[in-house]
Design a protein around this ligand. Structure first.
Ligand code: ZN
Length: 257
């Protein structure tokens, strides 16, 4: 985690602007003691002193910390983004970056490896009850220009929830929406003779269950390219999207319908 509560005055502080001399620090989620790590290689951060069952900091990779900090720094300089806060607590849930963007309260959540679809759904419902729009984003682990890609469970969930878009972070507060189009697998034609008759099969395309064709849209800025979008509950296949409030970009669909 990038922030902690300084025990001496209960003030919320950033790891990069804190010193060991300001210890002790507490976790903003569970109030247990956390230790400041100011090494030369990793981004300055706090970590629980002992192993605890606390979600804050769990499964946070270096990329996750970097993305969170970069979004926060970029949004703080935007005039239409107010109350920009890192790791803001809402009950038992801590959002990665919070901001009021053009009057709309928005929780920005960055996908991390340990986060299951169940938790994404729960958090999305939690924000909806609080009247906060949620923007889930992913950190691309490869090239968006791939001819085929097998989306993870959370990406399939986001794609369904955000009406065919998954947001990939591409630096600062710039995101790249990606649409996953169906990927056609060719079933080759074959024919054979049986009892004097010619039988044949194949010779057509079928939709791959596993593969999709990524189709990136134009890059968009979190501070001015999105709008608050209420969403009805929806279920399709194994994906269930609860009634929720999302932050979706305004770009018209760029893929073939
Ligand atoms: Zn904690």
């Amino acid at each position: 985690m990038l922030t902690a509560l300084r025990t001496s005055d209960n003030g919320k502080v950033l790891a990069r602007s804190s010193a060991k001399a300001d210890s002790p620090f507490m976790c903003p989620a569970c109030n247990r003691e956390v230790v400041l790590h100011k090494g030369l290689i990793r981004i300055h951060h706090f970590a629980h002193k002992a192993r605890v069952a606390c979600r804050l900091g769990a499964g946070e990779s270096e990329d996750h910390l970097l993305t969170k900090l970069s979004l926060f720094d970029a949004l703080r300089t935007e005039p239409n983004a107010q109350d920009v806060e890192l790791e803001k607590r809402f009950g038992n849930c801590v959002g990665d970056v919070f901001a009021i963007i053009s009057g709309v309260p928005v929780a920005i959540e960055i996908q991390r490896s340990a986060l299951a679809v169940r938790e994404i759904t729960d958090r999305t419902e939690h924000y909806h009850r609080l009247g906060i729009a949620v923007l889930w984003i992913g950190i691309p682990n490869g090239d968006l220009g791939l001819s085929r890609y097998s989306p993870a469970a959370w990406e399939r969930w986001c794609h369904a929830a955000y009406f065919g878009r998954v947001y990939c972070w591409s630096g600062g507060q710039t995101l790249r929406p990606v649409h996953y189009a169906p990927f056609a697998l060719r079933v080759e034609e074959s024919s054979w003779r049986k009892n004097g008759q010619v039988h044949s099969s194949g010779g057509y395309d079928r939709r791959s269950r596993r593969w999709r064709k990524p189709q990136p849209g134009q890059p968009v800025l979190v501070s001015n390219g999105f709008r608050r979008t209420p969403r009805q509950a929806w279920t399709g296949g194994s994906v269930h999207v609860p009634e929720c409030t999302l932050f979706i970009d305004r770009q018209p669909n760029w893929w073939d319908q």
